[in-house]
Each structure stands twice: as structure tokens, then as C-alpha cells.
Design a protein around this ligand. Structure first.
Ligand code: HEM
Ligand code: HEM
Length: 176
């Protein structure tokens, strides 16, 4: 086994899941909890942006953010069942990390705007927050489906890997 996800990445991930689920479930019931859960998600994302530059090798954006052509090539390899196993995030997973971080950030930003004097009650801001939140939910579903698909295709439990930080070491055809 090799160590892949450090403690910061793992804590970030599960804390983000908790704050997202809490923000979602309280969006119509408790304004106080909803706001704090949203701010927590925003703070986690800010921390992850720094860790993406300063963190351990597999936590760095430079390790897993690939150009769009590589991402498309990886997605088409999935269709023909020839996609490689990656020790870090695969190219589609890397793109999803960026999309999720951007979506959490814009959801929290538009939510906060709704509470400011300047934008309170402004309908386009409310619509933007609702659209960002629903877009984020869609990405989360795609994200969980991608995790499930990669887990099945490479016979490994990626959810467990995000808990322990460890994955099976690279074999000949894998991308370390
Ligand atoms: C219970 C539902 C979820 C499960 C089982 C899950 C599972 C995972 C797994 C296994 C990975 C690692 C993927 C890989 O091996 O490349 C991952 C990464 C990630 N997930 Fe989730 N996830 C869940 C929900 C969420 C939610 C709700 C969000 C955001 C709102 C999220 C955001 C992320 C991010 C940003 C990463 C990248 C981690 C990093 O490099 O810091 N996940 N997730
Ligand atoms: C990950 C973060 C967040 C998520 C997933 C989220 C999600 C949602 C959702 C689904 C709604 C209902 C929208 C609709 O009716 O179509 C909502 C409403 C709202 N959110 Fe957020 N939100 C987040 C962060 C925030 C933050 C940081 C704030 C402000 C500090 C905020 C303030 C509000 C307000 C004022 C409403 C309207 C509540 C109402 O209609 O009673 N949200 N949010």
C-alpha cells in the first residue's frame, strides 16, 4: 500500500461533505445553521486552495489538474473500457475537484451576498444562489458516480482510501 491522501485532504473532504449536507438540509428550516454551514464550506475551500499549492505531492493541483484534451481523452477511454488506473486523482477526477471547489465557492459567495445591505432581497442574487446550489448538487451526484465507477473498474474502494489515505501501490499499467 502507498500513502496518497494526507490528513489535511481527508479532514477537508469529510468536513466539506458534512457542511454541504448540513447547508442543504437547513436551507429552508434554520437560517443560522444554514449560514454557518455555508461559511464553513467556504473556509474549507479557501484552506484547500492553499493546500493545493503547499501540500503533500498528491494534494497539489500541479499533480492532478490536466489540460482539457487529456481529460477528454480519459473520458473517451472510459467508454471503450481502456482507462488507466491513477494513484492520485484521474484526469476526470481532477477536473471534478476544480468544478466542485468553484461551485462551493460561488454558492457560498452568492449566499453571503443575499445577507448584505447592498444585495438583500435582490432577485437575481437569490436566483444565482439557487442555481449555484442546484448546480453543485448535480456535480456532487456526478462526483459520487465517478467515484463508484472508478472503484468498480479498478477493484478498489476509493471511499475507504479517502478515509485511510492509502491505496494499492502502482502496477505496471497504472499512472503513479
Ligand atoms: C458521501 C458522499 C461522497 C463520497 C462517498 C465521496 C468520495 C470521494 C472520494 C473517494 C474522493 C477521492 C477521489 C479519487 O480517488 O480521486 C473524493 C474527492 C473529493 N470530493 Fe468527494 N465524496 C462525497 C461527497 C462530496 C461532496 C458533497 C463534495 C463537495 C461538496 C465533495 C468534494 C470532493 C473534493 C473537492 C474532492 C477532492 C479531494 C481533494 O483532493 O482535496 N465530495 N470524494
Ligand atoms: C455550500 C454552501 C451552501 C449551499 C449548498 C446552499 C444551499 C441553499 C439552497 C439549496 C437554498 C434554497 C434555494 C431555493 O429555494 O431555491 C438556499 C437558500 C439560502 N441560502 Fe444558501 N447555501 C449555501 C451557503 C450559504 C451561505 C454562506 C449563506 C449566507 C451566509 C446562504 C444564505 C442563504 C439564504 C439567505 C437563503 C434563502 C433562505 C430562504 O429562502 O429562507 N447560503 N441555500
Amino acid at each position: 500500500m502507498v500513502r496518497v491522501w494526507d490528513r489535511v485532504v481527508r479532514s477537508f473532504h469529510w468536513a466539506l461533505v458534512l457542511s454541504f449536507v448540513t447547508a442543504w438540509l437547513t436551507s429552508h428550516s434554520s437560517q443560522a445553521i444554514h449560514h454557518w454551514a455555508g461559511y464553513a464550506a467556504a473556509a474549507l475551500v479557501a484552506m484547500r486552495l492553499m493546500w493545493g499549492v503547499l501540500g503533500t505531492p498528491y494534494a497539489r493541483f500541479s499533480q492532478f489538474v490536466r489540460d482539457p484534451v487529456t481529460v477528454l481523452r480519459y473520458l473517451s477511454a472510459i467508454l471503450t473500457g481502456r482507462e488507466a488506473r491513477y494513484i492520485g486523482h484521474n484526469p476526470a477526477g481532477g477536473a471534478m475537484v476544480i468544478a466542485l471547489i468553484a461551485a462551493v465557492g460561488s454558492t457560498a459567495l452568492t449566499g453571503w451576498l443575499m445577507t448584505t445591505d447592498a444585495y438583500f432581497g435582490v432577485s437575481w442574487v437569490e436566483a444565482a444562489h439557487s442555481t449555484a446550489a442546484h448546480g453543485l448538487l448535480l456535480l456532487v451526484f456526478l462526483h459520487i458516480s465517478g467515484v463508484a465507477l472508478a472503484s468498480v473498474r479498478h477493484s478498489e474502494n476509493l471511499v475507504w482510501a479517502m478515509m485511510t489515505g492509502r491505496k494499492r501501490k502502482a502496477e505496471r499499467t497504472d499512472v503513479a
